[in-house]
Write a protein of this length. Sequence first.
Length: 565
Amino acid sequence: MTDAARPGTPDRGYSLPPSYLNAGTTLKSWLLTTDHKRIGLLYLASITVFFMIGGIAAAVMRTELMTPAGDLVSADTYNRLFTLHGVIMVWFFLIPAVPTTLGNFVLPLAIGARDVAFPRLNLFSWYLNIAGGSLALSALLLGGVDTGWTFYTPYSTLYSNSYVTLAAAGVFVAGFSSIATGLNFIVTVHTQRTEGMGWMRLPLFVWSIYATSIILVLATPALAIVLAMIVGERVFDLGLFDPRRGGDPILFQHIFWFYSHPAVYIMILPGMGVVTEVLTCFSRRKVFGYEAMVFAILGIAIFGFFVWGHHMFVSGQSTFASLIFSLLSFVIAVPSAIKVFNWSATLYGGHITFEASMLYALGFVGLFTMGGLTGLFLASIPIDVHVTDTYFIVAHFHYIMVGGMVSAFFAGLHFWWPKITGRMYSEGFARAAALLMFVGFNVTFFPQFILGFMGMPRRYWSYPPEFQILNLMSSFGAMILTLAYALPMIYFALSLWRGRMAGDNPWRATGLEWATASPPPRENFVQRPVVDRAPYDYHPAHGEPTEREDDPDREKRDDRPEDPA
Ligand code: HEM
Ligand SMILES: [Cu+2]
């Protein structure tokens, strides 16, 4: 087929139909918008900037670690670098990443709503996020913070003379942005579902954002309180964490991890939701075990609140407490394992095609599984005591957060890009980037498991020469990874400029967001859709799975001998 005859080929110079993108083009129309789709894009722009800042800090650290001697930066600068990297990546990139961008854009569309329940609050939470980010950044740029992103006492309260108060204030403000967003999504799912969209018909992406929102609302206040306590201690010398005055430095760790363990599920649950949408679409299968998936999501959200003590096995907490926390940590692995099993079962016997977003999603499943399994190692006390504060930990959480969540973020961005912009990107380029990211990720972080097991501590700017080969590998992988992260920026920009028109539903996906134009009109739907079936209706009973319109692998499939049946 020639290009011109293909459906959805660009007719350049063609004027776009009215959509949210051309409903007002002034800067003001963007900065004061209450459209959930535009707010999603505002967040996309801001978290991209934060990701780049955090990435630059990582690149400097990895360059320092290429040689055993601490020669590029001083020890003190290195401390400030990993703090900057951690604070930015956790609070200003990873936690908002999927919920505020894809969640904002897709969630109302996926439930057939016109917008979120509180559109102005939605815009306000973006401004809060920017305000918090600016405060934290100013602290980190004025001279930095050297406590690590975990702000452990008593160092952060009694000894550090860096900008702890300002950074804590920034994260505190950003916390209110999280709470506002979470509240907004909860009310939206309760009140804005279209006719026929019962709870058990919600796409799993919506369920995952819903569960994440519950954690955001319940856990973030604990973070706000503990940060306020740090500021109170530093500014008013309250003695909350000072044993000489009846305080307790370990109290900080309890409250901090009471927030931060659930926060790892704030980071990963939305990714699980994205991956479920992508895997079902590109294997043309109904998700295996929908109900089990819903209960696994809710189970993770609830049990996530009871395992914080596994971060404190070496803090001196009672052995009995450690045993309980260890046991509960094994229990919470069960719902995650159910999800991995169900994704595999969804793929099994599916009609699989390897689009870029599918490659990212498959990458997520593998890398998340490795992160999760090493998490089980860490949940068993003897192993954790051995590898506490080593590179094993750094490898473990990067497998979850970067291999898992960042892959899922890219999977979702590629999946919904045609809906967001109305245009396609270069599939070949995108597949190459997905593969490069997977390879670069493993070359960067796998050696760190070994380094950790050999005893290399984290948060050090120099190390004994015997660790150099593995560190070099890791730094080399980081270069590949940097390239892989830069590639999407190029082909997405090209796609905006001259990408092929996407059509309403280029992947032939089943979600409601695909039942409206790409890009959608300001009000989302010309006529609000009515839902009369369960989600993921890809494979009607006894029928052939629905084909994708411009499936690049379709010709290969058509060449296969006819199935006599
Ligand atoms: C682009 C590739 C990345 C590289 C090369 C990288 C590298 C590093 C390095 C060298 C450290 C310091 C380890 C230590 O001495 O303790 C670190 C810590 C950390 N990284 Fe990354 N990182 C990358 C991406 C990310 C991303 C995308 C995130 C989150 C989204 C992230 C989150 C963290 C966190 C939370 C810490 C801990 C900081 C601390 O211990 O206070 N990293 N990373
Ligand atoms: Cu934890």
